[in-house]
Design a protein around this ligand. Sequence first.
Ligand code: FES
Length: 353
Amino acid sequence: MTDNNENSDVTPEEEGRVPKRVIGTPPSVGTQELLPREEPGEGGSGYVLDEKKARSAERVAAFFFTLTFLASIAFIFFYAVWPGHVGNIQRATRSNYTLGIALTLIFLGLAVGMTIWVRHLVTTKEIVQERHAISSTAEDREAFNEFFQKGAQESGLIQRKLLRRTLLLASAPLGLLPLVLLRDLGPLPEKKLRHTKWKSGTRLVVDGTGQPLKATDFNSPGGIITVVPEGAENNLDEIATSAVLLLNLPVDQLKIKKGRENWNVGGIVAYSKICTHVGCPAALYEQTTHHILCPCHQSTFDALDSAKVIFGPAARPLPQLPIGVDSEGYLIATSDFKEPVGPSFWERGRPKA
Ligand code: FES
């Protein structure tokens, strides 16, 4: 590259303003040559390709482009034919892994293929671009300097040291604020959110009053109430993960999943109230259809069919809490939830250990 300084008689080199090597600029191309340089001579101003090596590089690049093609087909197939949002959480997890691997192969194949193409198959030719001087003229720099000094004097920052120093002091912590915000990214909840306050024998108490509930007290068909674990009525952190919707459904219409035969008490069922989409309280209930609705993004769950998703963006059913009655007739949990409650974030999306 050649600089023609047309605006000033003094060159940057003469002024001593040209650094030998600017931080962040790559070393000169001479140290990175990948292809043999053509001997200078008639028309010789670039690099020559060894046709044999070029053919083998072409084959390797073609292999990676073909890999990209196959991975794209696999991605479309798994997204359209085997979607993860249909079915249980294990399937959603497997689907996410499959799509992730396919996407990785797509980008990896493209990147590697293009890198081989550019580094081994593209000849280069040096091009000289004539450019005017980038620096301002000496007069312009002088004028700017005067203008800046005048502004600094008038602002009072130069004479008033106290003002200047306290301003610098006030500005210093601002640079650290983004670091403080980074704290919000972690730590990950890991296994903490896999468990709730529910365990075998915990009584279901009415949210707000703390009253334990007998099955006979909750006998109106179509009834719905929010319950929380006894002992956690005043602990908002516990309620945030343990709140449960208690519904009284017509037992003859219940579609009971295999293994859940003892999870209801005469049609009374309990589902997590935390929407599996992004965690809003799924608190609306349509008595005639027995649908539970989340007001945030309209996910709809079929209460008769294990709270299966029938509409909206939620990817899995509301987890069901197994319930029974104790010796005094009060409703109790017979265990914790069998799967994580709440949104299907990846760190809780695996089967419970
Ligand atoms: S949080 Fe419930 S649908 Fe989005």
